[in-house]
Design a protein around this ligand. Structure first.
Ligand SMILES: NC(=O)C1=CN([C@@H]2O[C@H](COP(=O)(O)OP(=O)(O)OC[C@H]3O[C@@H](n4cnc5c(N)ncnc54)[C@H](OP(=O)(O)O)[C@@H]3O)[C@@H](O)[C@H]2O)C=CC1
Ligand SMILES: O=C([O-])CC(=O)C(=O)O
Length: 274
């Protein structure tokens, strides 16, 4: 069955059907108030044929740069290298783009000016993190410092450019090893698929250069663990989250749920939290 748009439904398109995108597509297909799945973009349609065939309403399959033609909201769920190709055409048409590869925004910050000029929007979900509502609020006053410590199992870090370039052997670790300490901006370069959360935190608060992060490879943990300390003139707060990895060990299961929660808020009659 082809999805028919009801008169005032928001059309949502998804770029990438991996661990995050497929869960969002399934949630939309099962029904989110006031929203419908209009299209998806995949690298290899044949790989996703069985999954797509199982959906109740068939979305269009389009190239990533055409999603904004058939959607009010384009959800980016692909590697960060594809961010510009997905977001630029969407915001140029005045659409909203939900970005999960948040680290990729740092090298494409002009997209925010483009969205502003064209009436588009860029929405960053809380994703695998917690408490960006409090960070947003504190940033309206003065935040003195934001410090984050991320610990990941070895599987969640393998292949990160920082590890490869520095020739670090993480496969034979017996105890936690601090791999990196520095700004969220530098962490995003070294660990593009691992610290999107630090970049989201930085954009909510004091920016990617002042937000400090440590990244640890930790053979003693089975979850992606993030601890954050914020010191502001309005409040001091500590936050922590221990994410169960999804089928992609780099990605916590809660990430897709966070995007689904954001989408639900677009048309929900009752919306809780900022
Ligand atoms: N903001 C946050 O809190 C978090 C963000 N992330 C980020 O979210 C992004 C997605 O993560 P995740 O779903 O786990 O990643 P996956 O690797 O599971 O999925 C990525 C998907 O993108 C698809 N893809 C790759 N290239 C293209 C292309 N050119 N056109 C269309 N689709 C393409 C892949 O296709 P194929 O299936 O054919 O390989 C795959 O389906 C990553 O950048 C990740 O770092 C992750 C966790 C938390
Ligand atoms: O920030 C990321 O890219 C992913 C992450 O740490 C998590 O899912 O816990």
């Amino acid at each position: 069955m082809t999805g028919q748009k009801a008169s005032n439904e928001l059309r949502v398109a998804i770029a990438g059907l991996g661990s995050i995108g497929s869960k969002i597509a399934t949630a939309l297909d099962h029904g989110i108030e006031g929203l419908m799945l209009s299209a998806v973009a995949v690298r290899d349609p044949a790989k996703h044929q069985a999954y797509l065939g199982g959906l109740r309403h068939q979305p269009q399959i389009l190239p990533i740069d055409q999603l904004g033609e058939v959607a009010d909201i384009v959800v980016e769920c692909a590697p960060s290298s594809q961010l510009r190709a997905i977001v630029e055409p969407a915001v140029k048409r005045g659409r909203s783009a939900v970005v999960v590869s948040v680290g990729g925004l740092l090298d494409n910050f002009d997209l925010i000016d483009l969205a502003r000029a064209k009436g588009g929007r860029i929405l960053v979900p809380t994703g695998a993190l917690i408490g960006l509502d409090a960070v947003n609020a504190a940033a309206l006053g003065t935040i003195h410092s934001v410090k984050m410590v991320t610990r990941k199992p070895i599987d969640g870090l393998r292949g990160a450019p920082f590890i490869v370039q520095n020739n670090i052997d993480i496969d034979n670790l017996r105890e936690p090893l601090k791999l990196f300490e520095g700004s969220a901006r530098d962490a995003a370069k070294g660990f593009p698929a691992n610290v999107n959360v630090a970049v989201a935190l930085s954009l909510a608060g004091i920016g990617p250069d002042r937000t400090q992060i440590q990244v640890w490879a930790d053979p003693t943990v089975t979850r992606n663990v993030h601890r954050i300390e914020v010191e502001a003139d309005s409040a001091r707060f500590s936050m922590g989250i221990e994410n169960i990895p999804s089928e992609n060990p780099k990605t916590g299961m809660i990430t897709a749920l966070s995007v689904i929660a954001l989408l639900r808020k677009q048309r929900a009659t009752l919306s809780v939290g900022t």
